[in-house]
Structure formats: structure tokens, C-alpha cells
Write a protein that binds this ligand. Structure first.
Ligand code: AMP
Length: 281
């Protein structure tokens, strides 16, 4: 694997590859890599000639400065995992390299409704920061395919919208959620959980299964009430949302309609750690 810290070096290398007609797949991450991230790398390796992973903890997408400060950094292990997975290129830029003219957003992305709900409502500014960094990374890397995890369901919709707004050529490939044997969705934030909390955190997955099994049987208000109880009984202290939405538009729904594809999404805190998960129903 070749590691690049500078954009100019990466781009010189990529130019050569493009002259050889190599196709390029890109998986942007914030590091603290786990099997979920590696599933993006594997998916890319099946589709393209050259796979690039980036690790950049993007300061502009953290609405909570404590969350940013506590974000796990495990770069040596990340490099080891990427080498083992035979990733071709790691791009590891500094903040100055990504934001040479300062971190302030120069222009708002017009994301519309999708930014106003769920993560958008609970993490103001988060998706603007996500768009800012993915826009910049796409400008630098110019991949053919962009690999993103279904784990961040709303983020995929936001990034697709940004790609449309900015006319990037990359096509988004959605990779299914990688789960631990317990059902807990792999996440860098899981590193901040104790073993006991990790076990209790599986209540999110169990809640999503409960929703899936009862979606056509119970009223949505009833489902949400029962799920809130399940989470609270598993020591989740704070629930940001439990929503059942149209899977194409993310519009929250009140009642079952078998003609609409649905997705259930949950965000909740266990200890100080905020976890998100979702399931297509
Ligand atoms: P992050 O490092 O958390 O910003 O995530 C980088 C990419 O990995 C995003 O596209 C995530 O959706 C994806 N990802 C994170 N966790 C998982 C998972 N458990 N399964 C699949 N993809 C994931």
C-alpha cells in the first residue's frame, strides 16, 4: 500500500494510473477502522482496479466539540488493517491540506428537506460539514466509484444530493451494514463502550428487528413506545429519535402502507456515546 499525505503527490500518482485506464474506487473514513470499513474496501476491490481509502477526522462535521476531542485515533492499527486487506492507497491528509483557506464553509449546500430531519435536526451543521469534506475529497481523488456504508443511511442521501449539486462524476455504491455477531453495528464509537455497555447496546439491533416484525401489526406510535421502553431498560439514557420513514425520501410516516418501502432509524445515547443504526423493513 502506498501512503500519501500530500494532495500533489497523490494526484501525480493518480494521473499515471488514469493514463493506464485504471478504474478508481474510493472509501472515505475517519479512521479507527473496523470490519465495517473493511467491507467498503472489499466491495471496491471487487469493482475497480485501484482502491483508495482516506482517513481524515473532519473537524467541520462535529457539532459537539467533546465528540471530536474524544474521537478514537488508532492510525498504526488502521495502516496494519489496510495493508492486510491489500488496499492500494491510503490518503492521510492534514487539516491544512484539506482546508488551505480555512475551515469555514464558503457556501451552503442546498440540501433541502433531507437536512432538516433525523441527524440533521439533532446535529445542526453536521451534514454541511459532511458535504464540505466529501466535496473536497472527490475534487482531489476524482474516483469512478464512491463506497459508503448503509450504516449512515441519511448521509448517503445527503452525499448523493451534493454530488448532483456539484456535478461530480463519482457513482455512489452503498455497502450493507456490517454487524458484530451480537447484532451490534460495527462503529468506531463502539471503542468507547465498556463490555457491559456493548452488550446492552445490542438493544438497538433488537429494537430494529422488533420494528421489522411488528410493522404491519401495530400502530407506529405503539411500536415507538415499546422500542423506547426496550432501549431505556437496556440503560440507554437518552433517545434522539426512533423513526419509521419512507426509504426513498426519508419522510417520517405514521402508519403502514405496504406499497411504500420503509426504513427504521434509531439514534440513542448509552453512557456518553451516541449510536445510530437502521434497518430496511
Ligand atoms: P466513518 O469512519 O464512521 O466516517 O465511516 C466511514 C464509512 O464507513 C462511511 O461510509 C460509513 O457508513 C461506513 N461504515 C461505518 N460503519 C459501518 C458498518 N458497520 N458497516 C458498513 N459500513 C460502515
Amino acid at each position: 500500500m502506498i501512503l500519501f499525505k500530500r494532495i500533489s503527490d497523490l494526484q501525480t500518482h493518480l494521473q499515471k494510473l488514469r493514463q493506464e485506464n485504471k478504474t478508481i474506487g474510493f472509501a472515505p473514513t475517519m479512521g479507527a477502522l473496523h470490519e465495517g470499513h473493511l467491507s467498503l474496501i472489499k466491495a471496491s476491490q471487487e469493482e475497480v482496479d485501484i482502491t483508495i481509502c482516506s482517513i481524515f477526522v473532519n473537524p467541520t462535521q462535529f457539532n459537539d466539540s467533546k465528540d471530536f476531542e474524544k474521537y478514537p485515533i488508532t492510525i498504526d492499527n488502521d495502516i496494519y488493517l489496510l495493508e492486510k486487506q491489500r488496499c492500494d492507497i491510503l490518503f492521510l491528509p492534514s487539516v491544512n491540506e484539506i482546508y488551505p483557506n480555512g475551515k469555514e464553509l464558503k457556501q451552503l449546500y442546498d440540501l433541502g428537506f433531507i437536512e432538516s430531519i433525523l441527524e440533521g435536526a439533532f446535529r445542526p451543521g453536521h451534514f454541511q460539514g459532511v458535504c464540505q469534506v466529501v466535496d473536497r475529497l472527490l475534487e482531489i481523488v476524482q474516483p469512478d466509484l464512491l463506497f459508503m456504508g448503509q450504516k449512515d443511511y441519511q448521509q448517503i442521501m445527503v452525499v448523493k444530493k451534493m454530488i448532483e449539486l456539484k456535478n461530480h462524476k463519482a457513482k455512489v455504491i452503498v455497502v450493507p451494514i456490517f454487524r458484530e455477531p451480537s447484532g451490534l453495528a460495527s462503529s468506531s464509537r463502539n471503542m468507547r463502550l465498556t463490555n457491559d455497555e456493548k452488550e446492552k447496546a445490542t438493544a438497538i439491533y433488537q429494537s430494529l428487528i422488533f420494528i421489522k416484525e411488528n410493522i404491519s401489526r401495530l400502530f407506529f406510535v405503539e411500536i415507538k413506545q415499546q422500542v423506547a421502553e426496550m432501549l431505556m431498560n437496556s440503560e440507554f439514557q437518552k433517545i434522539d429519535y426512533i423513526e419509521i420513514c419512507n426509504a426513498e425520501t426519508l419522510e417520517p410516516l405514521e402508519k403502514y402502507d405496504k406499497t411504500i418501502k420503509l426504513v427504521a432509524l434509531i439514534a440513542a445515547f448509552i453512557g456518553e456515546v451516541r449510536l445510530i443504526d437502521n434497518m430496511i423493513l
